[in-house]
Write a protein of this length. Structure first.
Length: 437
């Protein structure tokens, strides 16, 4: 976790205080149910909750000091609680194993992290929708392979991003449900020394589902899917960030990141306004995706358990969620304040002498009885003259002067094919599909 790319609410989920607090709740809820079942005295859970109510402060340093001796974090925690609660604490952890505490705690943390990320996505979606409608009919050039293709609108570009992040939200909701799983099943997951009703009780109290069949750990395919989902969201962030970066290039300059008063772009060149936020998002997306492969490799544990996954998750749990939270918030800010230049978009549309209308002329020629091969040849030979003139020549004028073209189409028919608004006749339909919710 890098403080520069962290926000407090998400960071707090991964603090030692939060982790130990969740551990306590797991242990206390389990002891509570064991008391109801008559396995331990009911006074044991009461002693735990009474102590917690008056002493809700976790002494992380004290627990760490015990762990330095025991070399076992859960035992160190239980020892510390016992030292503070007294004799009744001996009934904690009855029939449980460390993984019951660790895995259930991780499920709580990842679920809480997912809730923050879902809020982040909602905020991003709201901004994308607002800006998409703002530029619903702002003409701009669509590009394939980085080359001018046909006209689109800037609103459509943002609508595409909205639809993509809406899919991301759907995936994250599913991943959250998958990861929100509790296991209190004891050694190798057989419930030999603990009643399954304890697991259900703890799950209910923590807002989780029970793991239908754990080994000694919750199966890591759940975690793999969770982190894979974060990786996909990160890739969607990068896709939109790269689009902004390209649009901000000097030769394009159709949109750019907001440049605040007093901001400096370069230590050497005072004129620079660089896309630093979206470049940063590209880097952050790489870091989130770097968690995916280790999460996949964690699925294959030895037999009922080993701890090869443990060290990995201590890294990727905090790092991936904290980084993605920051990245989503940053992207929301970028789109919210994005400077959009419709005049430059129109200038770029016009830059190549009408080449963007070539397909409409091609289709018109075929409908006028010219073979597709000849139609393509006629349009391309004129288009290449415009291309090689760097847009100084006009495709419309060249076509109107081409005898083979005018043998099939009148000058007026050719001119009709250069109507920019024609390309936007389905924008309303697309927006209805995207924003119908």
């Amino acid at each position: 976790m890098v403080p520069r790319y962290s926000r407090p609410a998400m960071t707090a989920i991964w603090s030692p205080e939060t982790r130990f607090g969740i551990w306590f709740e797991i242990e206390a809820h389990a002891t509570e149910k064991l008391g109801e079942l008559g396995v331990v005295p009911e006074s044991a859970a009461k002693a735990l909750w009474d102590w917690w109510a008056t002493n809700p402060t976790i002494d992380v340093a004290a627990i760490d000091a015990i762990e330095a001796v025991t070399k076992h974090d859960v035992i160190a925690f239980l020892t510390w609680v016992a030292e503070n609660v007294g004799d009744e604490a001996r009934f904690m952890h009855q029939g449980m194993t460390s993984s019951d505490v660790l895995d259930t705690c991780l499920a709580v943390q990842l679920t809480r992290a997912a809730d923050i990320l879902l809020e982040d996505l909602d905020q991003l979606l709201a901004v994308l929708k607002r800006r998409a409608y703002e530029h619903k009919l702002t003409p701009t050039i669509g590009r394939s392979h980085g080359i001018h293709a046909e006209p689109v609108t800037f609103g459509l570009k943002l609508a595409e991003a909205y639809a993509e992040f809406k899919r991301c939200k759907t995936r994250l909701i599913a991943a959250r449900a998958d990861i929100a799983t509790c296991a209190i099943s004891g050694a190798v997951g057989t419930f030999a020394n603990i009643d399954p009703r304890v697991e259900q009780h703890v799950a209910d109290k923590l807002g989780l589902s029970v793991e239908p069949v754990s080994t000694q750990v919750i199966p890591r395919d759940r975690h793999a899917m969770f982190f894979a989902t974060l990786g996909v969201i990160a890739s969607s962030i990068e896709r939109l960030a790269v689009e902004v970066r390209h649009l901000q290039r000097t030769e394009v300059l159709e949109a750019e990141e907001y440049f605040s008063p007093g901001q400096k772009g370069s230590s050497a060149m005072p004129h620079k306004r660089n896309p630093v936020l979206t470049e940063n998002l590209t880097g952050l997306a790489r870091m989130v995706r770097s968690a995916v492969i280790p999460a996949m490799e964690n699925v294959a544990l030895w037999h009922e358990r080993d701890i090869s996954h443990s060290s990995v998750e201590r890294y990727i749990g905090p790092d991936a969620t904290i980084t993605l939270d920051f990245a989503l918030a940053r992207l929301t800010g970028v789109i919210d304040k994005l400077l959009v230049y419709p005049a430059r978009m129109q200038k770029n549309l016009d830059r190549m002498g009408g080449l963007v209308h070539s397909q409409r002329v091609l289709l018109a020629l075929t409908q006028a009885g010219v073979s597709r091969e000849d139609s393509y040849r006629l349009v391309q030979r004129n288009a290449m003259q415009v291309w090689e003139s760097d847009g100084e020549l006009s495709l419309l004028e060249l076509l109107k002067a081409d005898a083979e073209v005018t043998a099939a189409l009148s000058p007026q028919q050719i001119e009709e094919k250069f109507d920019l608004d024609y390309h936007f006749k389905a924008v309303d339909t697309i927006f209805e599909r995207v924003f119908s919710d």
